[in-house]
Design a protein around this ligand. Structure first.
Ligand SMILES: *[C@@H]1O[C@H](CO)[C@@H](O)[C@H](O)[C@H]1NC(C)=O
Ligand SMILES: *[C@@H]1O[C@H](CO)[C@@H](O)[C@H](O)[C@H]1NC(C)=O
Ligand SMILES: *[C@@H]1O[C@H](CO)[C@@H](O)[C@H](O)[C@H]1NC(C)=O
Ligand SMILES: *[C@@H]1O[C@H](CO)[C@@H](O)[C@H](O)[C@H]1NC(C)=O
Ligand SMILES: *[C@@H]1O[C@H](CO)[C@@H](O)[C@H](O)[C@H]1NC(C)=O
Length: 317
């Protein structure tokens, strides 16, 4: 048995070579030493796009290439724990591999990477633990809320066929009447509702991936106002500015008019009584002081213009 076994394994010459090699190999420096296995192997997975990353293996002045393999649940349990090479990540020089296409099911995957430099290869560096795609981080969709007349519309970012969107919308300050719409295909613009005149509506959305039964957080709420609101506002602004313009134009006239009234009729009352002896019109002037401005104005015309001028001159002097 012993003879047979040794005979099968090695001839004396091979044995000598083996011993020599074993003794000499550790003393050969650099070139033939194996490369260290890649370290810090991790997964970056966002919105169902998955990337395997690792720290570079450095060999002074040489290019190191990497190759990646994966093992799904099927290979692990029914295919003798075999590994499948990822063609796109075979002998690559970058330290990242897009594994999105290979992660085709929501099962636990093993991943491994090794470094190569010429004939030298490293051991496989293996991802610690499994990767299951349901751990991907989902971001809320980019969205744009539009008020087209009375139509409440929303535009959503196209994140790929696996993505659906849960859109919530409501009239502002009426959150209890919130409505929901599932958007399965992002064609272009989605119609949500017909809005009440001048009312403000708010919208927020989250992404949903059916294959992993998970949702992102909600996007920031965006609010828009329906038509009518703006035009009413515009009418108000127009009317008030017109009113203001009219007032602005009328004011100098009114001031002028008022001054005229006081000058011709009312002001003399204070001055006249004792110092001046005005004949007839005097009674009328006193009367005017007690009565309304309109009457005042009318009565002024009663006074002969020469007399008014006379009064005026006397007062100013
Ligand atoms: C692994 O990552 C740690 C921290 O990010 C870093 O300090 C270390 O150098 C990395 N290892 C390699 C082999 O690059
Ligand atoms: C499974 O792999 C082992 C060694 O890893 C091998 O001996 C065996 O023949 C393989 N079986 C099948 C069915 O491939
Ligand atoms: C990764 O691969 C997926 C699927 O092939 C592709 O849609 C995506 O654009 C790729 N990402 C990058 C950054 O290459
Ligand atoms: C992902 O799926 C596994 C089993 O398939 C489950 O145990 C785990 O809780 C899930 N994780 C998430 C974040 O859904
Ligand atoms: C999806 O997840 C929710 C909880 O987040 C659960 O109630 C529901 O049953 C799940 N649906 C499927 C089809 O797994």
């Amino acid at each position: 048995m012993w003879e047979k076994a040794t005979g099968m394994s090695k001839t004396p010459l091979e044995l000598i070579c083996f011993i020599l090699c074993t003794l000499i190999a550790p003393h050969l420096t650099g070139e033939d030493a194996p490369l260290p296995a890649p370290q810090n192997i991790s997964i970056l997975s966002t919105n169902m796009r998955h990337f395997l990353m690792w720290s570079p293996v450095t060999v002074q002045g040489e290019t190191v290439r990497y190759s990646v393999e994966f093992q799904g649940e099927y290979e692990r349990e029914y295919a003798n724990e075999s590994w499948i090479p990822i063609c796109e990540c075979s002998l690559i020089t970058v330290t990242v591999c897009n594994i999105t296409e290979d992660i085709s099911a929501t099962v636990a995957y093993n991943l491994r990477v090794r470094a190569e430099n010429g004939a030298r290869r490293s051991e496989w560096g293996t991802l610690k633990g499994f990767f299951i795609r349901n751990t991907t981080s989902l971001t809320p969709p980019l969205m744009k809320v539009i008020a087209d007349g009375y139509h409440l519309l929303v535009e959503l970012e196209d994140m790929g066929p696996a993505f659906q969107f849960c859109v919530l919308y409501w009239e502002k300050d009426q959150e209890s009447k919130m409505q929901q719409k599932m958007v399965k295909e992002v064609s272009s613009t989605v119609h949500l509702a017909t809005m009440e005149t001048a009312a403000e509506y708010c919208v927020k959305a989250q992404t949903y991936v059916e294959t992993i039964n998970r949702s992102s957080s909600f996007s920031q709420t965006q609010c828009v106002r329906a038509q009518g609101g703006r035009s009413t506002w515009l009418v108000t602004v127009l009317m008030s500015s017109t009113g203001f313009a009219v007032a602005a134009l009328a004011l100098p006239f009114l001031v002028w008019k008022t001054r005229k009234i006081f000058q011709y009729s009312c002001r003399p009352i204070a001055v006249l009584p004792d110092t001046l002896k005005v004949p007839e019109p005097h009674t009328q002037l006193i009367l005017c002081g007690r009565e309304g401005a309109e009457q005042c104005d009318l009565m002024v015309h009663v006074i002969p213009s020469e007399e008014v001028l006379h009064l005026w001159i006397q007062e100013t002097l």
